[in-house]
Design a protein around this ligand. Structure first.
Ligand SMILES: [Zn+2]
Ligand SMILES: [Zn+2]
Length: 93
């Protein structure tokens, strides 16, 4: 019981300090992320996670941009106004 208590206290302390840490990728230790969402998106490159799914077929991707592009090219559906030229992170991979 005492051990459980100590562990919970430690977990809380870690979570509190985490908020002050810079945004560093735990996989490649890059730290060029302005927002937590940027870091999360980057980490998916390492984990291969593909949470975005085409509503029409079984295509899935790690970024919502890719699914929107897929929708447009494969199904001829225009996604909600998204201008590619304004996205500096755009890559054709
Ligand atoms: Zn990384
Ligand atoms: Zn599809």
């Amino acid at each position: 019981m005492v051990q459980n208590f100590v562990r919970n206290k430690f977990t809380v302390a870690v979570q509190a300090s985490r908020a002050l840490e810079p945004l560093v990728c735990p996989y490649c230790h890059r730290s060029t992320f302005k927002q937590k969402s940027d870091l999360k998106r980057h980490i998916r490159r390492h984990t291969g996670e593909k949470p975005y799914q085409c509503p029409i077929c079984s295509y899935s991707a790690g970024r919502s941009d890719y699914v929107q592009d897929h929708l447009m090219r494969r199904h001829g559906q225009l996604p909600r106004a998204k201008r590619r030229a304004t996205n500096p992170n755009w890559t054709l991979s």
